[in-house]
Design a protein around this ligand. Sequence first.
Ligand code: XMP
Length: 524
Amino acid sequence: MSETSQRPVLVVDFGAQYAQLIARRVREASVYSEIVPHTITAAEVAAKNPIGIVLSGGPSSVYEEGAPALDTGILELGVPTLGICYGFQVMATQLGGEVAHTGQREYGSTAVTARTDDNQLLRGQPTAQTVWMSHGDSVAIAPDGFEVLASTASTPVAAFANDEKRFYGVQWHPEVKHSQYGQDVIVNFLHKAAGIPADWNSGNVIAEQVEKIRAQVGSARVIAGLSGGVDSAVAAAIVHEAVGDQLVCVFVDHGLLRQDERRQVEVDYVAATGIRLVTIDAREQFLTALAGVSDPETKRKIIGREFIRSFEQAERDLIAEADADGEPIRFLVQGTLYPDVVESGGGSGTANIKSHHNVGGLPEDLQFELVEPLRALFKDEVRAIGRELGLPEEIVGRQPFPGPGLGIRIVGEVTEARLELLRHADAIVRAELSAAGLDGEIWQCPVVLLADVRSVGVQGDGRTYGHPIVLRPVSSEDAMTADWTRLPYDVLARISNRITNEVADVNRVVLDVTSKPPGTIEWE
Ligand code: XMP
């Protein structure tokens, strides 16, 4: 089922990291997109009534045994289609062209010569440009009826077009920033070649969600959990826009929060929205439930379970004080985002990497129906919607923080003393990064306490035997992939000095220099 009533551009996922990036680039061109698996049938595609199709890249070779295929009926539906890399080769073979092993692998920045004056796809671009390539096979012969639009030193058919059928393909990756005019290729395909209007924006996403929420909820009451993060804050604000005081927000202080977060929710957010808020102090409850637990997945499950239990307790309390005619609280708002849906296997059948607290970690005895107004959205879109709804910049601009909070940033058992220590170190890191003006470069910077590790140090006149703190600054576009941020040495030095001087029991600060993959962003 579609996440919205908007006619989508379908991004067919051939199993690499690229599908989400393509979906985002399409939306950056103000067109709604959805990711579907390559196993989708022509009938299923037709049922989604797409206005365009993009076939993604993938790691396989089209002639390899077991290579991901595409239902041949899909290219007979008359939907404008753009094939990218592997998707380009799938198109070529299905439409009667030929793909061959050239023996020459092209990888990385590559010069292409393009025809840019007589076709819809590359119109208006320079003829000589640099694109990002990653392929072994190449299209040797374009299908009948197709014009060759570009070539490289080793690839004679690097792009093709059939303007009449509105079929296009490029061997390079236009979705990657290293392709100089990549976004122009996507924009041209959508608006010029396929004639799709640019009408996906924050305003109509809000309008559509408001209507959908009203239809789903009726006159029942809704409860929303605020975590202090962007997602729950924006999700609750949209629901408030839709049903006003039928919504009550519950803020569970699970004790796994960062310094000052409780105040920001209780004071700043409430002032901006006028939302009704109840705070539950569940610090003891969570600490007790987590006592003795070191395994990350077990921690996540416990935190997810206790979270819902807290809501159910809040629900009972709220019902008890409700008006005599009080409607029951039947709905729970969740700030689930599109990448969570895709990563948890809901979007494309990809493997479940971690049980995300707001998707997979819910207990089976959940008593609420879910309202998930952000299920179709990427993070940057959620921020745009938050701004549109007038939320304070310090909330919508905030870095992502995981639902299970500091609980999954203490490697080892979670105790109050360790939380206190980590909160202190985390506050120093955040303050120094902001002071250095680095917030814009960093996607997020988890600060991790290796509670089960000790190392020898020396401080003043004495030997110490303290814990290491790990800094994990990452740059990312969507948290699906990430690279470690090259922070200036002087900023790292200041952070390290302050932490080792000011935080008791920490005598070492280390920097995580692992990309994702292979490392995840969080340590647990
Ligand atoms: P990983 O560690 O999987 O994190 O690379 C990707 C992004 O997701 C956040 N994250 C979570 N968010 N509940 C959440 O709401 C979770 O259980 C959870 N685990 C990871 C993480 O901070 C990063 O932004």
